[in-house]
Design a protein around this ligand. Structure first.
Ligand code: ASP
Length: 320
């Protein structure tokens, strides 16, 4: 090949490489991801805010409020399954791009615990309120006190009382949580997580979902993660903080979720516990808008919404 042609060829190929590299590192934003199938509807609400260049914090709050308000969703907010004493106790937290955090746990009678968590974050000197104190605070902020135990949940609970056997069934609706994380047009990350926790838990039991670092973590320089499943196992490894720290060490969101699930698996082995009895799922989003997920066993999915649409993705899993 003539020298000039060779040079032109090399230039073209190096331009192509630059393009590919730019494509690979290009930031895909805005984007919102959330746990389980109900994430699809929740993402729609979040997307309305994100597409108009709204703040990720507002998007995740609006998003998770959808299943919180839905009485048919039996694992979050209104309609959530009760504890073993028949009381619906809710856990939620929220975290923004400045590492502002707010959380409530074992909160009764309030339909939108995520908004109470946000009020804790914005209006108190504290980061977490629980039980009666959380309720008093919510009422002082104008939240309405209402009965959250719907008829179907009450019936099921009365049925459960006949055996009173606490044995969470993997992926079968007696546990589930919506965790949502978003990257907005400004390139900022926020997250929210809300749940009624494990059905028929002991009164006062708190899982991972309202615990910053366990059920949710956001680091605006790196990425964000949220979790679902057996909260005790997520807390044991400080799950979402771990996922974010792994992304800081240049793991992809997917690799970070895999490593966190491996830690859960190893600790279950060490403690001689049956892995097939539990589910833990992580989803993660990095600063470039790349997402990933991983879980212990088949059945966990998550919803992803960006400019190309809203879709449900089956998470890859450990127990093959
Ligand atoms: N992680 C929640 C909890 O332990 C429940 C769930 O996500 O299924 O309370």
């Amino acid at each position: 090949m003539a020298a000039a042609a060779l040079l032109a060829n090399q230039e073209a190929s190096s331009k192509e490489n630059v393009k590919v590299a730019a494509g690979k590192n290009a930031v895909r934003k805005p984007v919102v991801i959330s746990t389980w199938k109900f994430g699809l509807e929740a993402n729609e609400a979040a997307w309305k805010i994100l597409k108009d260049k709204g703040r990720a914090l507002d998007a995740v709050e609006a998003g998770v409020m959808v299943p919180e308000a839905d009485p048919k969703e039996r694992s979050v907010g209104y309609g959530g399954r009760p504890d073993r004493d028949g009381r619906v106790t809710l856990d939620a937290c929220i975290m923004d791009e400045f590492s502002n955090i707010g959380s409530v746990a074992a909160l009764e009678f309030i339909k939108h615990p995520v908004s109470v968590a946000r009020a804790v974050m914005e209006k108190t000197p504290h980061v977490m309120l629980v039980g009666e104190g959380a309720l008093q605070f919510a009422l002082s902020q104008g939240f309405k006190k209402e009965n959250l135990l719907v008829e179907d949940s009450e019936k099921e609970w009365k049925e459960w009382l006949k055996t009173s056997n606490y044995k969470p069934v993997v992926n079968i609706e007696n546990h589930d949580t919506i965790g949502m994380i978003a990257l907005d047009e400004m390139g900022n990350l926020s997250g929210a997580c809300t749940t009624s926790g494990m059905a028929y838990k002991m009164h006062g039991r708190v899982g991972d979902s309202p615990i910053i670092g366990a059920g949710l973590y956001v680091d605006n320089e790196v990425g964000a993660a949220t979790a679902t499943g057996h909260g005790e196992e997520v807390i044991r490894i400080a799950g979402c903080h771990l996922v974010v720290e792994l992304m800081r060490q240049n793991r992809s969101p997917q690799e970070a979720c895999i490593e966190a699930v491996n830690r859960v698996v190893n600790l279950m082995k060490l403690r001689k516990k049956e892995l097939k009895d539990i589910q833990v799922g992580f989803i993660a989003l990095d600063k470039n808008g790349e997402h990933g997920s991983y879980c212990v066993q088949r059945g966990f999915n998550y919803a992803v919404c960006d400019a190309t649409g809203n879709r449900l993705i089956d998470a890859d899993y450990h127990l093959k």
